[in-house]
Design a protein around this ligand. Structure first.
Ligand SMILES: [Zn+2]
Length: 528
């Protein structure tokens, strides 16, 4: 008896160590989802069985799961039963919530089976592709999973997941993780099982069901890379998506080990250009043959590290996904095509940040957006977030910056982080205080607007640079200035900065920020 007791304790310890991600203040922390979904070709109704293993974080007599209830239009889910070990459990569906009257003591683990059916209002897109064939694609970002999956639809509660999909036998099924089995059944259907053993937020759990042509593109450090495209797009799709191998290899070297068992790149019907579903990335239908495919794939693969494996704690910190994916793409392209492309892209990104500020003047960490997270898919989260990483790289130097990024990933792989967590890692690695840097770039709206006034004193043969910060909040930064090819670094922190550069003749060429390292606007005037 003692032996068993010890074994149970050990098991609990293992589980609590691995599944540390949870919603602050929640009664339960989901450990595992096992979803069995039945699809058919006659209508858009799905039948589901969800086995959800939860751990009680505190003693409770009930808890709730997110699931959209069937509405007057007939869309939504109807729960027909909840059981624990085949014993019925009381439940109630109210709007988007399934209340389950089951009690547990703190630390106890329970698995509940939820049996349900209905036509998804969203989240699982059932439609036809451009070739007129029926397809089913999960599309859960940011919290649309509970339209078709009973779950805690919150980015902070990560869990492992497996999908068993029963569908007409002509379909191929792809999902997160590893394919465990594919079994023909009677009645012209097939059952396909996929299992993901890394912890995922619901936003990147997914299935894709369609008539696919599948290519095993190759392996990168033993990770198999696959392409799934519609058969009509086979030739162009297989060759276009194959660049994924090179990108995967680049990030593995730059950031750290890839968190998942495979990588599939899938042509789909996502509402986004690309959707970074963990190990099963979905791309928009016309991505096949699109000239922007390499940067799109680079963006989505970067998310496998940032957003999927190391996830933001809440959507206010979305830049930890999108800013990272934006900058990692820029860095990948810099590595492949040279430094000039990085400068070009940063210049373009900088313009987009300034344009966006005119529409919505808000800091990157945007706590004002409470539920419409689609609003956060903006130039602050993407381009400005990317720019912050670029400036941090220049501030820390390449070696320490990449050491910091690798450390951050190592610590938060499988968990959740916020902006403060990143700051602490980067501070520890660099030994530099970064409070002001993070505050001005991430928690303050706007950017430095610099008026620069140049004066050449012929008698003294010196050159005077006056820099004035015109915006309200003062920033601290290094301004690079090339004078006749020689680089000067000017430290700016006050409203007005004044420096004199001695010289022995006329200055021919003065360029501020020649290497595009500062997210600022410049307006210049000069006197002879
Ligand atoms: Zn993205």
């Amino acid at each position: 008896m003692k032996k068993t007791y010890l074994y149970v304790l050990f098991l609990f310890l293992l589980i609590s160590l691995s599944a540390n991600a949870q919603v602050p203040g929640a009664a339960i922390d989901v450990q595992h989802y096992s979803f069995a979904i039945q699809l058919n070709d006659k209508n858009d109704a799905i039948e589901g069985k969800a086995d959800i293993t939860v751990k009680f974080l505190q003693k409770a007599d009930s808890f709730h799961i997110d699931l959209v209830k069937q509405n007057a239009s007939g869309k939504g889910m109807v729960v027909s039963g909840v059981t624990e070990k085949a014993n019925p459990v009381q439940f109630q569906q109210i709007s988007d919530t399934l209340n389950i009257s089951a009690s547990g003591r703190e630390g106890s683990m329970h698995t509940y089976r939820i049996t349900y059916h209905g036509v998804p209002a969203d989240g699982l897109i059932i439609s036809t592709n451009k070739f007129g064939h029926r397809t089913f694609f999960g599309d859960n970002w940011p919290n649309r999973a509970h339209n078709w999956l009973p779950c805690v639809d919150n980015i902070a509660d990560k869990a492992t997941v497996d999908f068993t999909v029963t569908a007409p036998a002509h379909y191929q099924v792809v999902a997160n993780g590893l394919k465990i089995s594919e079994t023909p059944m009677s009645g012209g259907v097939k059952q396909t099982k996929w299992k993901e053993s890394a912890l995922l937020p619901t936003k990147v759990m997914v299935i894709g069901v369609a008539d696919f042509a599948i290519d095993h593109t190759g392996d990168v450090n033993k990770i198999p890379v696959y392409t799934y495209v519609f058969p009509e797009n086979k030739a162009v799709g297989f060759s276009g998506y194959a660049v994924a191998k090179e990108i995967l290899s680049y990030y593995m070297n730059k950031v750290g080990p890839y968190a998942y068992e495979k990588l599939a790149n899938v042509q789909s019907k996502t509402i986004f250009g690309g959707m970074e579903n963990a190990s099963c990335i979905f791309y928009f239908e016309n991505s096949v043959g699109d000239k922007g495919i390499e940067e799109l794939i680079a963006h989505e693969i970067a998310h496998q590290w940032f957003g999927d494996a190391a996830s933001e704690k809440s959507f206010a910190h979305l830049w930890l996904s999108e800013g990272f994916a934006t900058y990692m793409t820029n860095v990948y392209l810099e590595g492949k095509y040279g430094a000039a492309i990085l400068k070009q892209r940063l210049e373009k990104d900088r313009k987009e940040v300034f344009e966006f500020e005119k529409q919505r003047f808000t800091p990157i960490v945007d706590t004002a957006v409470k539920d419409n997270y689609m609003q956060l898919l903006n130039a602050n989260s993407y381009q400005k977030g990317g720019w912050v990483l670029h400036m941090l790289r220049r501030k820390m130097g390449d070696e320490l910056f990449w050491k910091g990024i690798r450390t951050y990933y190592e610590i938060y792989d499988g968990g959740n982080a916020n902006t403060e967590d990143l700051k602490n890692v980067m501070q520890n690695v660099s030994g530099q205080p970064l409070d002001q840097f993070f505050k001005q770039w991430l928690r303050t709206p706007g950017h430095p607007q610099l008026h620069i006034y140049l004066l050449y004193d012929n008698a003294k043969k010196s050159f005077t640079i006056n820099i004035e910060q015109k915006q309200n909040n003062l920033y601290e930064f290094t301004l690079e200035c090339s004078i006749d090819g020689q680089m000067h670094k000017i430290e700016v922190k006050d409203k007005k900065t004044h420096i004199e550069i001695p010289g022995n003749g006329n200055f021919k060429q003065v360029i501020f920020d020649p290497n595009v390292n500062l997210l600022a606007e410049f307006d210049m005037s000069a006197d002879e």
